[in-house]
Design a protein around this ligand. Structure first.
Ligand SMILES: Cc1ncc(COP(=O)(O)O)c(C=O)c1O
Length: 406
């Protein structure tokens, strides 16, 4: 009799935690509701509304062959699984994976490569992604080629039968170039290459690359997904079973899965993603317009300007422009002055959080890129990047004004 109760309980646990099929009805919810109610949303055994932090390394087995579906947290942890499932729902994929950083997610992805495989990447890609190719995978015989994909003809010219992957950042960090995802997928599929989109700047609230034909989406979850400048995390979502198996195997073997507390912080961050993204977008637009009127600001890179090269593509494939802006000022002395004088706006290396941050890509995010390539791309000594936060926009502008013009 006791055995029957134990078996019934185990079946209940397995049904509620390991099998999400019962929750497919959430497919009918709006994006905002999906962000809040996630995969399981609440915890089904106690009814806890806030999904628990399963701070455990391992899981007890009642007997041989009587696993709950959980064995060891490096492999599967319920809190991480809840985040992964939520991200898969939001990106319209089938499988999500949460890693200890955006870098870890990309490392896991690039282990798909074999010696001789070629990867084509956006040319002004985040410096850390460049480092993964340049410092690690090229040593193992993979080839990394950087192409300005804002012109799809460049991708057509670069694609060869040995191209295993096309890795697109759109908009790019930091030059804000936009790639037509659908068109890039068409080109990549002529040689059966995997298409990966780094969706860090826009999040699934504004852009869903899997719907446009991409095979995988990656994020620095540290940024808008977490949203509060308090957690380092990475996310990958796919709708291909072979790629999902690869990522799961990497997580299990490398041991780079996101810890349960950090997973919970991202689950919490996601609940306000739509509200935050809307406000980021609003503030970004106002700050970009203002920057453009400043004498000492010589050029502003912001996708939401109608004369931006990627504006029309962006309107077609995304529903917002986000809050990332780069700009040039008249001299290096002005750069030094701004970075010294900003007060509420902080000189720090990251983006996508509630706080407005100003970054100097040349010595921060893109320090690893060789100087001649940086110069060619426009990451010069007068170039700055701004992640517009959620403060009152008048306070942001007042602070930038005293830093630039004071
Ligand atoms: C576009 C982009 N992708 C990936 C990463 C790497 O993410 P993480 O810093 O979380 O490792 C970053 C980091 O800034 C980024 O900006």
């Amino acid at each position: 009799m006791v055995g029957c109760w134990i078996l019934a309980f185990l079946l209940y646990v397995m049904k509620n935690f390991s099998n999400y099929k019962d929750f497919d009805m959430k497919e009918n919810l709006a994006f905002e509701s999906k962000c809040i109610h996630g995969g399981l949303g609440h915890e089904p055994i106690t009814g806890a509304v806030s999904f628990p932090i399963y701070q455990t390394a391992t899981f007890r087995h009642k007997g041989l062959g009587e696993s709950t579906g959980y064995d060891y947290s490096r492999v599967l942890n319920p809190t991480r699984q809840e985040l992964e499932r939520t991200m898969a729902i939001l990106e319209h994929g089938t499988d999500g994976f949460a890693f200890s950083s955006g870098q870890a997610a990309n490392m896991a992805l690039f282990t798909l490569l074999n010696p001789g495989d070629k990867v084509i990447l956006s040319d002004d890609i985040y410096g850390g992604t460049f480092r993964i190719g340049n410092d690690i995978f090229e040593r193992y015989g993979a080839k990394f080629e950087y192409v300005d994909m804002s012109d799809i003809e460049n991708l057509k010219k670069a694609i060869t039968p040995d191209t295993r992957m096309v890795f697109i950042e759109t908009p790019t960090n930091p030059m804000m170039k936009v790639t037509d995802i659908k068109a890039a997928v068409e080109v990549a599929k002529t040689v059966d290459a995997i298409v990966v989109v780094d969706n860090t700047f826009l999040t699934p609230y504004f852009q869903r690359p899997l719907e446009l034909g991409a095979d995988m989406v990656v994020h620095s979850g540290t940024k808008f997904i977490g949203g509060h400048n308090d957690t380092i995390a990475g996310i990958a979502v796919t709708n291909r079973k072979d790629l999902a198996e690869h990522m799961f195997g990497q997580q299990k073997t490398h041991g780079n899965g996101l810890a349960s507390l950090d997973s919970w912080l991202l689950i919490r961050g996601l609940k306000t993603l739509p509200l935050r993204m809307k406000k980021h977008d609003e503030n970004g637009r106002i700050v970009a317009d203002w920057l453009r009127t400043q004498k000492k600001v010589t050029k502003v890179f912001y996708v939401g300007f109608e004369d931006h090269k990627g504006y029309e593509i962006s309107k077609k494939q995304s529903t917002g422009f986000g809050s990332m802006i780069s700009f040039n000022v008249d001299s290096f002395e002005t750069v030094q002055k701004i970075l010294k004088r900003v007060d509420m706006v902080m000189f720090a290396e990251s983006l996508g959080g509630t706080e407005t941050l100003i970054t100097y890509p040349r010595t921060q995010t893109h320090e690893s890129i060789p100087e001649d390539i940086r110069q060619k791309l426009g990451i010069t000594e007068t170039f700055l990047r701004l992640s517009v936060g959620l403060e009152d926009v008048n306070d942001i502008i007042r602070d930038l004004d005293q830093a630039i013009n004071g």
